[in-house]
Design a protein around this ligand. Structure first.
Ligand code: FDA
Length: 310
């Protein structure tokens, strides 16, 4: 409950226009702990640096608000260009994207633009051993994102497209069961948005228990599972679970956010686990940065110290 209150306060303050103005003009230096840079070259360099420690990358172009097909298509073009640049640099084009940024909800020739653009990205990434992960946004988008994941998964197969399930939503166990026929590639997260009690658990212990159940169920079903958390207790339990159930290391990976628990990322890689860091880049870094601060009080202190000294 205290965690929820903290998160709510930070996200409300961060949404204040005056705070946003100050942060956007003065906060970039601090945001660089979590964001690789503004350009595609910056993220490619970040992946190359991580690769030295045996860590892969999830490539995320930041950009959260799209109001027209033109903006969505321009965003998709930037991602297509990232795929080309990554492939040319010898970096796997493992892209992660919010379908809203690709035009989800906008219709072109009777079809959803988010789906059309997702298809273009997968087709471009596939010959280079790439992958497209569909991030999960707030709860009103879950139905449409899962439906579009189903379409893409049927078209391309689970080796080229995956999505995300959030353990805090009451609906997620049912969603997992409904996806079983796809043998889905799933990233399991706790959930980063401020959601009401009617749709999401509010208690950390419940969210954590749900998280473990989802990961274990997807692993036991033989599906590729991206265990996306910084929670050391859960990571240790997953290590024990895979040992106890004879689940091979090729069937799962740990995923963590760029700039968060770098020590743990390196340690897991040195222990021989597959590890990938979620690396954002681009100009629209503020909403992403706000969510990271909302996840942890010490991140807010880091920002305050950075801005006001001390
Ligand atoms: P929890 O919040 O319980 O934290 C456990 C411990 O991890 C903390 O005690 C702290 O030590 C450390 N920690 C967590 N967050 C930290 C931070 N920001 N800075 C420093 N330390 C931190 N969400 C979503 O809704 N849709 C999505 O598509 C994704 N995608 C995604 C991809 C990847 C690779 C990750 C790691 C996370 C996401 N998320 C997400 C975010 C996710 O829902 C969640 O908000 C964060 O991962 C924080 O939750 P934890 O599981 O880390 O546990």
């Amino acid at each position: 409950m205290i965690e929820q209150l903290y998160r709510k306060t930070i996200l409300t303050v961060a949404g204040n226009k005056a705070v946003e103005g100050v942060m956007r003009s003065r906060g970039w230096g601090l945001a660089q702990r979590f964001v690789a840079g503004h350009q595609a070259d910056d993220i490619i360099q970040a992946v190359k640096d991580l690769q030295k420690d045996g860590i892969g990358g999830l490539l995320d172009l930041l950009g959260e608000f799209v109001d027209s097909p033109d903006t969505a298509n321009a965003f998709a073009e930037q991602i297509l260009s990232l795929v080309d640049q990554a492939a040319a640099a010898g970096v796997q084009p493992y892209i992660t994207v919010k379908l809203s940024g690709l035009g989800q909800g906008l219709t072109v020739d009777g079809e959803d633009l988010g789906l059309i653009n997702a298809r273009r990205i997968i087709s471009r990434a596939k010959p280079h051993g790439g992958f497209l992960a569909l991030d999960m946004e707030d709860h009103p988008r879950v139905d449409v994102t899962l439906a579009q994941f189903r379409t893409l998964s049927q078209e391309f197969g689970h080796d080229f497209v995956g999505t995300v399930l959030q353990s805090y939503l009451h609906r997620t166990a049912a969603d997992l069961a409904a996806l079983a026929d796809l043998k889905p590639n799933l990233r399991i997260v706790k959930g980063a948005y401020l959601e009401p009690e009617s749709v999401a658990m509010q208690d950390k212990a419940d969210i954590d228990a749900s998280y473990r159940r989802l990961v274990y169920a997807n692993l036991k079903a033989g599906n590729y599972t991206n265990v996306a958390t910084h929670d050391g207790g859960i990571i240790d339990d997953v290590k024990m679970f895979v040992l106890a159930h004879g689940i091979p290391r090729e069937q799962f990976e740990f995923q963590l956010l760029y700039g968060v628990r770098r020590d743990l990322q390196k340690q897991l890689a040195s222990e021989g686990y597959r590890v990938r860091a979620y690396i954002p880049y681009g100009h629209d870094w503020y909403p992403y940065f706000s969510r990271r601060i909302a996840e942890r009080p010490s991140n807010a202190l880091f920002v305050l110290r950075g801005m006001f000294g001390g």
